[in-house]
Design a protein around this ligand. Structure first.
Ligand code: A3P
Length: 295
């Protein structure tokens, strides 16, 4: 059924999505200049995608110009996802119109990345988030689609599964650890960042991202407030209030507004019971023990 999850290479997928993953593994040919944004669902993909797009295209499109593509497009429609919709036909989609460097985003676990990605010099940016906030964001998101595909979705039910590792692209801890270890082994190609860090010191982390991606801000750009301008156009307030994000839909039919809820750190405090917090904290402690990754 549409709600059944299947385990592949240790991670959970819907049938349709899994088909895309397999086809993507078979067909995708990475280029050394490619940039991949990787996240678990609800970690802030939409936000960082907008930021990376604005950063990489800042000479083509000034972030202050009033016909900047982000003002009339949802970030998810500007560049494709690596899976699943692109690959559902089990063939190689035509990506020839893409400007270089190509920017992709994906939720694939490290182990499931196409071999050509692992073998190439392309750069991966992994955006992580506190699992308690991921969970609340995910629960709220799935509830918007209650009628279509997820049955009843009480907080308790979804929480129980999340803690057992059964969520889209879960277990979340294995997803995070896969990229965490890779970023320690291979810091030149894998950059590990958190939603919380990005919220706390956005300008610092945007400058670091630019350095990592080989397109550092010049002194002239810094003087002209390029960093601030990018952060401003990508801010929650700006993006969530755009007509395209209030009224538009993705090709898949999902409302663009579904990707904008609160955009804050710590909203879990308004939903989780003390027992739930203790359970999730304990899981994180056990699963991440010794890795150096902490929440
Ligand atoms: P909340 O549900 O906690 O508000 P994803 O894009 O990976 O699906 O993640 C969605 C989460 O990112 C949602 O979190 C959403 O509100 C938040 N978000 C979307 N755009 C954002 C932005 N520009 N700045 C900060 N957070 C943003």
């Amino acid at each position: 059924s549409a709600t059944t999850l299947y385990n592949y290479q240790g991670f959970w997928h819907h049938a349709r999505q899994l088909q895309g993953v397999l086809s993507c593994q078979k067909h995708f040919q990475a280029q050394d200049t490619d940039i991949l944004l990787v996240t678990t669902p609800k970690s802030g993909t939409t936000w960082l995608k907008a930021i990376l797009f604005s950063l990489l295209n800042r000479t083509r499109f000034q972030p202050t110009q009033d016909d900047h593509p982000l003002l009339s497009n949802n970030p998810h429609t500007l560049e494709p996802f690596l899976e699943p919709s692109l690959y559902l036909k089990d063939e190689n989609p035509d990506l020839s119109s893409f400007a270089s460097p190509r920017l992709f985003s994906t939720h694939l676990p490290y182990i499931s990345l196409p071999k050509s990605v692992q073998d190439s010099k392309c750069k991966l940016v992994y955006l992580c988030r506190n699992p308690k906030d991921i969970f609340i964001s995910f629960w709220a998101y799935t509830n918007k689609f209650r009628l279509q595909d997820v049955g009843t979705n009480s907080l308790e039910e979804v929480f129980k599964k999340f803690c057992e590792g059964v969520s889209l692209y879960g277990p979340f801890w294995d997803h995070m650890l896969g990229y965490w270890h890779e970023s320690l082994k291979n810091p030149e190609n894998v950059y590990f960042l958190t939603y919380e860090e990005m919220k706390e010191q956005p300008d610092l982390h945007l400058r670091k991202l630019a350095d990592f991606l080989g397109c550092p801000f010049s002194p002239k750009e810094v003087k002209e407030n390029m960093v601030d301008a990018i952060l401003k156009i990508c801010s929650f307030d700006n993006m969530s209030n755009l007509k395209v994000n209030k009224e538009g839909k993705l090709p898949s039919g999902i409302n663009n507004s579904a990707f904008f809820r609160k955009g804050e750190v710590g909203d879990w405090k308004n939903y989780l019971t003390t027992e739930m917090v203790e359970r999730l904290d304990k899981i994180c402690e056990e699963k991440l023990d010794g890795s150096g990754l902490k929440f």
